[in-house]
Write a new protein. Structure first.
Length: 304
């Protein structure tokens, strides 16, 4: 699908449809995706799989299913995962896990922050759900394949899984991309005139940063009593204008109001008179750490 000829044929096909029909299909697709997510969430609550209609403890080696990734099946072994990955592909698997994570809490369990990735990584993603954690990595070299090698000669990515904080699958496997993966990459790179990807229910923290202005982030915030549950971290710098002072009593009253109402301090400080404010919003400590990264330089919104 990543060949120029395939992309050209797809664009010609899309051009043959009226824009109204394509928009109607997109609406229907998004409607079905929301329905599928709701069904997955309901099934997960009773430990069933909405895809195979079996218990998530069910294991059939002849019929790989995405619920294997929850590792509830007693007979499931590490050796079975290559079959699942080769059949389902990166985008289907990662979307499934994003959905699973968002069934628990929206956004906070998905670290897809581009600023925490190496510049040479095309994919750098960590997803958490309860006691499970999954990580995906693909470098520019992985994307084209390691020519002349026995393993990894084809375009591929690496996968790591943790359970109860312990690594149960290492990054050593070279999982190949499927045709659908290549199609999705082409769509994400803007190679189709009338197709654009949408994270929908699979959205992570990066989606918020890409689509929400800093002021809107603060407007949507509520105060978290525990820093460990915070999706965002807010730092506030308050400077009194010349000839004025900042009242400690005013700050104390706002802290009381924050604790009582849940309105974040970043909104309450707007009540202060004769001051200059600087607010810095960055991803909070609740977001899972990416595996094998050297630093955590979070993107910050400043100067507003």
């Amino acid at each position: 699908m990543n060949s120029e000829e395939s992309i050209k044929r797809t664009n010609e096909l899309l051009a043959s449809y009226p824009i109204e029909e394509l928009q109607a299909r997109a609406v229907e697709h998004n409607k079905q995706a929301r329905k599928d997510f709701d069904e997955l969430k309901k099934a997960l609550e009773i430990e069933e799989c909405s895809f195979c209609s079996q218990s998530i403890t069910c294991f059939d080696e002849e019929n790989p299913c995405l619920h294997w990734l929850l590792w509830k099946a007693p007979d499931l072994k590490k050796k079975h995962f290559p079959q699942l990955f080769e059949q389902k592909g990166f985008h289907n698997i990662s979307t499934y896990l994003r959905w699973i994570a968002n069934c628990d809490k929206s956004f906070v369990n998905i670290n897809d922050l581009t600023e925490e990735s190496k510049s040479t990584n095309i994919i750098d993603l960590t997803i958490r759900y309860k006691n499970l954690e999954w990580s995906f990595i693909c470098s520019e070299n992985d994307k084209v394949g390691h020519h002349g090698t026995k393993e990894g000669s084809k375009p591929h990515y690496h996968f790591l899984m943790k359970k109860d904080g312990l690594v149960v699958i290492k990054y050593g496997y070279h999982f190949p991309f499927t045709d659908y993966d290549e199609f999705y990459f082409a769509m994400k790179e803007g190679k189709f005139d009338k197709l654009r990807p949408d994270d929908g229910r699979a959205a992570g923290i990066q989606t918020i940063l890409d689509n929400t202005r800093p002021e809107e982030v603060i407007d949507l915030m509520t105060h978290s009593k525990s820093d460990e549950d915070a999706l965002f971290k807010t730092d506030i710098l308050i400077e009194a204008e010349e000839g004025h002072t900042i009242s400690g009593d005013d700050i104390a009253e706002m802290l009381k109001e924050r604790d009582k109402t849940g309105v974040p301090l970043a909104k309450l400080v707007d009540k202060l008179k004769n001051v200059k404010l600087k607010k810095i919003v960055s991803p909070g400590p609740a977001i899972p750490e990416k595996s094998k990264r050297s630093s955590r330089g979070k993107k910050k919104f400043e100067n507003f």
